[in-house]
Design a protein around this ligand. Structure first.
Ligand code: ADP
Ligand code: MG
Length: 618
């Protein structure tokens, strides 16, 4: 019956990937066994799901299992499953091209990240091609699950081309026959393969037999009691489940009976690939019902900002035959999401107390996602706020603290949690805003990432304390005994100077006042509208870009009558107004720059040349 075999070329990217995989990618050649067994397991899983809705399948008497056989003399290894199989089109699609949109990313990632190739391969699904590291040529005999349909054999030596042939006598699923290269005859030996399967495939949820003998115990580790599971087992499970090569950073094994019955193991990876700018994490926590996989990557099981999580969730409350679509917007999924998210956030908080170092490592990698949650998800606002970490004036540079610890240190009459935003700790410390807080012994959290200010403004309140920027005029400061020795302007002089400044700078600011903030610096900007002032303005700028169209909150200029420049200016304005104006404008620009609000320094630079000219000419 056979028709003529058809020849095909691998897609260009595929060729490239093949090249990399074969020549350089894995140090551990044995990993190809794991890749093929995991494909077999995926195919079986897909078939198991399909069977819930499709009754009309071929070979429905076959057990869902994986059989492996070695042929030492023929130097071949065969891996067969009775899974979903492939038709001709699927063969071309799945084995001739890299079906994943990630293929391009993979190439990019390889270029930028030569070190971690091994960790990358699993993520991009180039698993099948790993067989060509050891194979002289490979045949994939396969039959799709449908009753009607033909059997095919796909064959390639992994160079430029492959061919597809019609064949007879296949059963449902796929049988991969690997003719090994001379150098890799070890993989045709039973003992060697047994060792590899035991090592990598301990958690496959289908029986695996090797030359007729069963090698794995199908084990749902998450259903077992915590105390019976070793660290190594958890680690191996994580690596198996999430295609990782590194141990996880944290794990949470959690069981509950109410309100839902849940058994779950959640892992946090060591690294946040998103942070490296490579790609967006996808939540890979699989959903099971009494050990049976419902969905490998269910949408909506966790909030977006927990997309780095790996692991399993098993709940016997899920109906087995639920379809993906109805699952996605089901009440049950929302409930699961809520319970798990709450529990996981509690776990993180516990970790931050018990395992501070690990938590800080977590914060370094995934803090941006916790901030994303805090800024976007009101449901968990307080739990997320609790997890935030910042530098603080109360701690040495490089040390981090959270809102709870801040509150523990705060004086009993302090009503607000204060923060300041700046490009770095140094630039905040050099600015004019800290001095008032320092003089009063008030701790200020130092926010140095773009999003911090937005996050703080969104949270707004923590345990009934307002969170406000220390440059906002909402901050009410007590009078303190300032150095009374210092010379200061008289009441009348102050009034007249403020009036003059307000008039001279009216295009740029709404008011001028003396205040209790400044100790040494001559001037600073404060908000004038109770909206956080400078802080709100920066956030608006961040969101709209410098040309933003919304009216900015108005600002006040605060002046320090004890500062020699201000005292001098009070005189100068009546003696030499043009120079006084120069000084006034320059002071304003300095204040704006200190508040991170100076958009374009060119006017300031031009003006400072004028000033220098005056100085050098006199
Ligand atoms: P991944 O497993 O990440 O999708 P692979 O390169 O390992 O990537 O496999 C590519 C595709 O080939 C799979 O997605 C699947 O569609 C198909 N495939 C591989 N092995 C089998 C198999 N044993 N049965 C059915 N389809 C398979
Ligand atoms: Mg695979």
């Amino acid at each position: 019956m056979s028709t003529k075999p058809s020849s095909h070329e691998f897609q260009a990217e595929t060729k490239q990937v093949l090249d990399i995989v074969v020549n350089s990618l894995y140090k551990d050649k044995e990993i190809f066994v794991r890749e093929l067994i995991s494909n077999a397991s995926d195919a079986l899983e897909k078939f198991r799901r399909l069977q819930l809705t499709e009754k009309d399948v071929c070979d429905d008497n076959l057990d869902l299992e994986i059989t492996v056989s070695t042929d030492d003399s023929g130097n071949t290894l065969t891996i067969q499953d009775f899974g979903i199989g492939m038709d001709k089109e699927e063969l071309v699609q799945n084995l001739g091209t890299i079906a994943h949109s990630g293929s391009k990313d993979f190439m990019e990632a390889l270029k930028s990240d030569g070190e971690k190739n091994e960790a990358l391969i699993g993520k991009f699904g180039v698993g099948f091609y790993s067989v060509f590291m050891v194979a002289d040529h490979v045949q994939v005999f396969t039959r799709n699950w449908k009753k009607e349909g033909k059997n095919h054999c796909w064959e390639s030596d992994g160079s430029g081309t492959y061919k597809i042939d019609e064949v007879d006598g296949q059963r449902r699923g796929a049988k991969i026959v690997i003719k090994l290269k001379e150098d890799f005859s070890e993989f045709a030996k039973e003992d060697r393969i047994k060792e590899i399967i035991k090592k990598y495939s301990a958690f496959v949820q289908f029986p695996i037999s090797l030359n007729g003998e069963k090698v794995n115990t199908v084990d749902a580790i998450w259903m077992r009691s915590k105390k019976d599971i070793t660290d190594e087992e958890y680690e191996e499970f994580y690596k198996f489940q999430s295609n990782e090569y590194e141990a996880p950073l944290m794990r949470m094994h959690f069981s509950a009976d109410a309100p839902l019955e849940i058994n779950s193991i959640l892992f946090v990876p060591k690294r946040n690939m998103e942070k490296m700018g490579l790609f967006r994490n996808e939540n890979k926590v699989s959903l099971h019902c009494r050990k049976v996989l419902i969905e490998a990557e269910p949408k909506g099981l966790f909030p977006e900002w927990l997309r780095f999580l790996r692991g399993v969730v098993d709940s016997s409350d899920i109906p087995l035959n639920v379809s993906r679509e109805t699952m996605q917007d089901s009440e049950l999924l929302r409930k699961l999401n809520q319970v798990l998210t709450k529990r996981f956030l509690r776990f993180l908080n516990e970790q931050s107390r018990k395992e501070e170092e690990t938590y800080l490592e977590f914060w370094g990698e995934f803090g941006m996602l916790i901030k994303e949650g805090a800024a976007t998800d009101f449901t968990y606002k307080d739990d997320l706020a609790k997890l935030l970490r910042f530098e603080s004036t109360a701690l040495d540079a490089g040390k981090l603290t959270g809102l709870d610890d801040y509150m523990d240190r705060m004086a009993s009459d302090q009503d607000e949690i204060l923060f300041l935003f700046g490009k770095s700790r140094e630039s905040i410390e050099a600015g004019p805003y800290l001095e008032a807080m320092k003089a009063r012994g008030i701790e200020v959290l130092l926010c140095t990432e773009q999003v911090d200010e937005y996050v703080m403004q969104t949270i707004r309140e923590y345990k009934e304390k307002k969170i406000i920027s220390a440059d906002s005029d909402e901050v009410k400061l007590d009078k303190i005994d300032q150095d009374d020795e210092k010379e200061t302007l008289g009441k009348k002089e102050i009034k007249s100077l403020c009036k003059w400044l307000k008039e001279s700078l009216k295009e740029k600011i709404s008011d001028v006042e003396t205040g209790d903030r400044l100790i040494d610096s001559p001037v600073c900007i404060v908000g004038a509208d109770g909206m956080g002032g400078a802080s709100a303005r920066r956030v608006m700028k961040m969101m709209q870009g410098p040309e933003g169209g919304m009216p900015a909150p108005s600002m006040k200029l605060q002046v320090n009558p004890k500062n020699p420049i201000i005292r001098g200016l009070s005189d100068l304005k009546s003696k030499d107004e043009p120079t006084a104006l120069l000084v006034a404008n320059q002071l304003l620009d300095n204040a704006l720059a200190s508040a991170n609000l100076l958009d374009d320094p060119k006017e300031m630079i031009a003006r400072s040349y004028q000033a220098l000219e005056k100085i050098t000419a006199s």
